[in-house]
Ligand binder design. Sequence first.
Ligand code: GCW
Length: 684
Amino acid sequence: MNRYSLCWLDYDNSYCKTKGYAAFKDQFVRDFRHISVDPAVTNPILIKELSQFITEYFHVTIPASEQEDEHAIICGIATSSFLANKYVTQDEIRQLGSESFIIKYIEEKKSILLVGGSESGLLYSLFTFIAMIQKRIDYKKINIHESPSNPLRLLNHWDNLDGSVERGYAGASLFFKNNQIMIDHERHHDYARLLASIGINGTVINNVNVKEKAPYLITNEYLNELAELASILRAYNIRLFLSVNFMSPVIVGGLDTADPLDTKVQSWWQERVSCIYDMIPDFGGFLVKADSEYNPGPHTYGRSQADGANMLGRALKPYKGVLIWRAFVYKLQDWREPSIDRARAAYDIFFPLDGQFEDNVILQIKNGPMDFQVREPVSPLFGKMEWTNQILELQVTQEYTGHQIDLCYLGPQWKEIVGFDTHAKGTQAYVSSIINGSFYNRPIGGIAAVSNLGDDYNWTGHWLAQANWYAYGRLAWDPNLASADIAEEWVRRTMSDDQDATHSIVDMLEKSWSIYERYTTPFGLGWMVTPGTHYGPSPEGYEYSIWGTYHRANHKEIGVDRTSSGTGFSAQYHDYWTKQYDNLDSCPENLVLFFHRLAYTYPMKNGKTLIQNIYDAHFQAYEEMRAMQRQWSDMRLKIDPKIFAEVEERFTRQEENARQWRDVINSFFYRKSGIGDEQGRQLY
Ligand code: GCW
């Protein structure tokens, strides 16, 4: 048995090769007799990936050569003479970016053609072809041209050098242990393959909180191992990035300041960057969390966020590196002070700096103005900063969404975010087109997500949380994919290709976020989590804290007025949304307590009071969770028994958590308000 699961690249998974597989195999083997390889292809792993797939999936060998013949799988690069004008037109070639590809069946040659704009494009075409075969689609009908939507498609690991993972729920770090980088050739190779197979092209391997030994990662002490890791990743078109501490010149460089305007500091960074590029010529760049949650930054020296980011950006520019600067900047506060609203912070700090950032600086903005709650409005910075490159930051790791104990498939949440119309310059100004740079014609942009990976056998703790990893990559590549289609693709490649099982697991995945939302904090409330861990309920756990996370419930009402006449947060949006959110009739109900302070007796659209809706949401979502648990029991004979049992165990823990959430939150509201449940269900 493997040391770890190969997830959707486990080509020998018998649960995914049931009905229809044998006939499909016969046909495939009849149709394709050799792999015809463009001599311009230099990366040996490319054809190896295809051959390995064919061997493990079909248990046959199809020889590869540079020969051209019929009945072939032809693999080529658009610009090479191998293909020139033969199967693709000049026009098609011109449209192919380096990561783009074409896959099409050529009737007259009885062959399938995979052609990439470069070797990277070819790599993606191979993995796409493999996925199509696993889904057993009719390859004779294929004719697709694909390009990734986002130039940067990044994973952010929050791994510490001691091997722990901040907000990690899947074991220890894949990269670090005892302050060392642990190169595990086999696993890192598979890590890279898995990432590439879903289109991810960059990874930040260390935590944005760069503490203890981590600031030393950029010193020569670690560069050999980093270079080794980078070369494993490179074969799969993945660039290595590092998180850095803004104070590095002081912490590791021995300078007496990290002031970005100080020339000693600038030279120090330039020298460090040049050492890194000597060892890793395609190094991606730095990610920085500055002036945030005890991390120092330019504000320490009275400088702006742009001063800090640009200084590092300039150091990276000669090497085509990028500087990714997080917008997660806010002040710790006194809960007694109602005029300060943390939701406003990022916009208040960064919007005035629009136009002041270097071209290779990118602002990485969390999806919402607070912090990865189960539901938040989309950050108003998207669509407002016209002159600034942007990366959308999502959270795959389930910090606030159930710790990979509770099932919470985030595909539907991410779809709402990337599909949000910011109403910049009128309509159809979607987040997806802002972050990829197309809307404002920015040179670079993309998407990043906090990883949910660790060294667990199944990578993600909960087997079904693998679907989040998968969905993130697929949506980063193509935000127009439907979340259910992605879920189905994942299920068919990893769990089962049985129709009923697929249908049922996709159904569970698709409803799991809404269920989780309703038994925890519906209507945009958020923050009723246990402080510190962020698992389980604690209705006032964050109420009298420094974190700016208050709902200010009393015996009559709850919520924060964030409208234009309240804290003014809603005024940070384009007019359309300011009006929508300000007005109670048009404010989406699932966000109503994010934007408004309401009486418990406030009548909601269904005619019931707010408090009754809160009770109903909790009681119903708990029942739905139980139904989902039973639905899983029906999978017993349909999927791998090990996976079945491990997921079943998670559902048992989820049931306890859901019951706890239901009863604690409902009882909290009952005790505050004195209003009972109209159906007389038990409150405590
Ligand atoms: O909300 C916080 C998390 C921290 C995290 C921080 C961030 C890495 O609880 O664990 O730190 O967000 O995004 O920087």
